[in-house]
Write a protein that binds this ligand. Sequence first.
Ligand code: ADP
Ligand code: MG
Length: 350
Amino acid sequence: MLENKENAKTPLSNMGEFALIDHLTKQFEVKQKSTVLGVGDDAAVVDHQKEQTVISTDLLIEGVHFDLSYVPLKHLGYKAVVVNLSDLYAMNAIPQQITVSIAVSNRFPVEALTALYEGIALACKNYSIDLIGGDTSSSTKGLLLSITALGSISSENLVKRSGAKPNDLLVLSGDLGGAYAGLQVLEREKAVFEVNPKLQPDLSSYSYSIGRQLKPEARKDVIGLLESLAILPTSMIDISDGLSSEVLHLSKASGVGFHLYEDKIPIDPEVITICEEFKINTITPALNGGEDYELLFTINQLDFEKIKGHPLVTVVGHAVDSSHGNQLITGLGQQIPLTAQGWNNFEPST
Ligand code: ADP
Ligand code: MG
């Protein structure tokens, strides 16, 4: 009955809260040793033994953080988990459990929540984590989704934003700007669709960027790489708001400045093409876009040989004495002070 048939629409009121929770959570099997008790009691129990427990929470609100006219619910569920895991990896922690809380209006049929939980289940599978609880409520308008992730790491290996020292190298995983470029394409297609719903857009030449926006991954692989190379970053953050803003966070927490080299920042060719199409400076989505979920970290110069030329990471700058401030060094050698223009939820909408 609830197997996500194309047009199936079972009203939430047909099911009742407990049957709904059971329906959504029964597909999850416990994988982690540290999960002592999962869904089904008054509270969950985890045991991270001698390691420290690392916790991160995100709240996502329809119309503020996501737009269901182009974000499929399965993708939303996947992404909501991944962005939390990214925060734990940015502490060098290993994610193990999540809780998921939802509030939904009766506009959503049961099948919509089934799709949301399919995405959540896929992320749990791909990252080997357990869903151990949550809460379910009705809302007067729209969908709210809050995810809390728990992980663990020994106190010696915990990496904060605050440990960078002058001369440390500033290193970035992957490439930047894709998620922002993908969002520009999706927003444009939505506007076209609103005018003419019969037009089927061909988005194949934008697939990398749209994928970066709709189905980001957390950099578990980079954390594994650093461990295998015996590199403990001196500071680390994940890129949720754009490189400028994250560099400034590391700078403030560590009490150092940074020199960031514009022509070292990796940008995918597809993103460059989209920037040309939208007449935006290619560096803007990397510096001030958002949602790339790459890792930005500093390492001691002595570790340089270990990562030199590795395809997963790029050295984009270095830390300097705080008196030099934070500077973007352009290809022509000019210094431009870095300013944070990351996403701001509180900006008045235009
Ligand atoms: P309580 O009344 O104590 O809040 P609930 O009936 O809300 O208990 O929850 C019963 C169990 O189901 C608990 O283990 C809770 O963590 C879990 N749970 C509730 N809602 C969700 C959800 N949306 N996703 C995952 N687990 C949930
Ligand atoms: Mg409850």
